[in-house]
Design a protein around this ligand. Structure first.
Ligand code: PEP
Ligand code: MN
Length: 343
């Protein structure tokens, strides 16, 4: 069961609701979103039936939810939410491009990629400072030094930054340097990390795990929501199949399926799905055509010298082609390209 508080309700109203829930033997979890406060109730049928909220004016709605993910479900909130990232929307009215280097390597490399990204229509800057690498011998990212570079470049080009956090202990420092925290595919079920990003007051980009079902993915999102953070954007980044010609297999059906199951916006990562530059554009088009709320793509001025994922980074003509697609396709989907903030 989910109790949606009236917009005007204050802390004392929430405390009153919690008292009712606990008196009935249930457990209450408060989620404070930008627009609304929600109290999720956990308890068996008998407990739920005995909770009497009477005519509390501070309660807008009591929703019985049958899906296992309550706060992120369509049942709870019809339609698609808009998540604001440093003033840039990701939601149903726009196509938002997030672009930048896979990893922050140097200030110059990050700035060059950011300028290319903005020129192509990106409103948000990506760039990893903590890189979850398959090999322990591969470049692991610059850590805090990388966060500082990212924050400086972000301010310089006027693009709020999206960056990955791989450890719950780093959540605060990452949140100080970036507008949005990314939880990567390999950490989709790192429940401690999900709870930590749920409590930090920054929007979260939750990538789909390599073998995760839609339900597992939404349950992971529920961990974040349950800690009070409803500003979650899902990212389909390809799943593992038996095909080896591509890095992963983009599951385009995830876009309409998630749309039917959840109110969270969903974007597509054609770069990590394909692992090959020549496939990024077709998969980007497929994502937008399927109804994605945005794209996240890797960009690098010198892909041949990139420390991470150069083979999939857009540059030159491939980036210009993406920019051209973004000038035409959003309108076909009844959307606009999310505009960059003033530089
Ligand atoms: C990334 O976006 O840099 C990344 C590591 O992605 P994923 O977690 O989807 O592999
Ligand atoms: Mn990458």
């Amino acid at each position: 069961m989910v109790i949606v508080m009236a917009p005007a309700g204050g802390d004392s109203d929430v405390a009153e609701v919690i008292a009712h829930v606990e008196a009935a033997g249930g457990e209450a979890f408060v989620s404070r979103g930008v627009n609304r406060t929600i109290v999720g109730v956990v308890g068996d049928e008998r407990v739920l039936a005995s909770i009497d909220l009477g005519q509390l004016p501070s309660v807008a709605e009591v929703v019985r939810i049958t899906s296992p993910y309550k706060l992120v479900s369509q049942e709870h909130h019809a339609g698609t939410s808009t998540v604001m990232v440093g003033g840039v929307p990701i939601g149903p009215d726009t196509v938002t491009l997030i672009a930048g280097p896979c990893a922050v390597e140097t200030p110059e490399q990050t700035l060059a990629a950011a300028r290319m990204a903005r020129e192509a229509g990106a409103a948000l800057l990506r760039g990893g400072a903590y890189k979850p690498r398959t090999s322990p011998y591969a470049f692991q990212g610059l850590g805090l030094a990388g966060l500082r570079i990212l924050a400086e470049v972000s301010a310089e080009v006027g693009m709020p930054a999206v960056t990955e956090v791989v450890d719950a202990a780093d959540v605060d420092v990452v949140a100080e340097h970036a507008a949005m925290l990314q939880v990567g595919a390999r950490n989709m079920q790192n429940f401690t990390l999900l709870q930590a990003v749920g409590g930090v007051g920054r929007p979260v980009l939750l990538k789909r795990g390599l073998t995760a079902t839609y339900e597992e993915w939404l349950m992971a999102a529920e961990y974040i929501a349950q800690r009070g953070n409803l500003d979650i954007v899902l990212c389909e980044r390809g799943i593992r199949t038996y095909e080896t010609a591509t890095r992963n297999t983009l599951d385009v059906a995830a876009v309409p399926m998630i749309r039917a199951m959840s109110h969270l916006p969903i974007i597509v990562d054609p770069s990590h799905a394909a692992g090959r530059r020549d496939l990024v554009l077709p998969l980007a088009r497929a994502g937008i055509a399927a109804g994605a709320d945005g794209l996240i793509v890797d960009v690098h001025a010198h892909p041949e010298a990139a420390l991470v994922d150069g083979a999939q980074a857009l540059v030159g003509e491939s980036l210009a082609e993406l920019a051209a697609v973004l000038q035409t396709m959003p309108a076909l989907m009844g959307r606009t390209l999310a505009a960059p903030l003033p530089a």
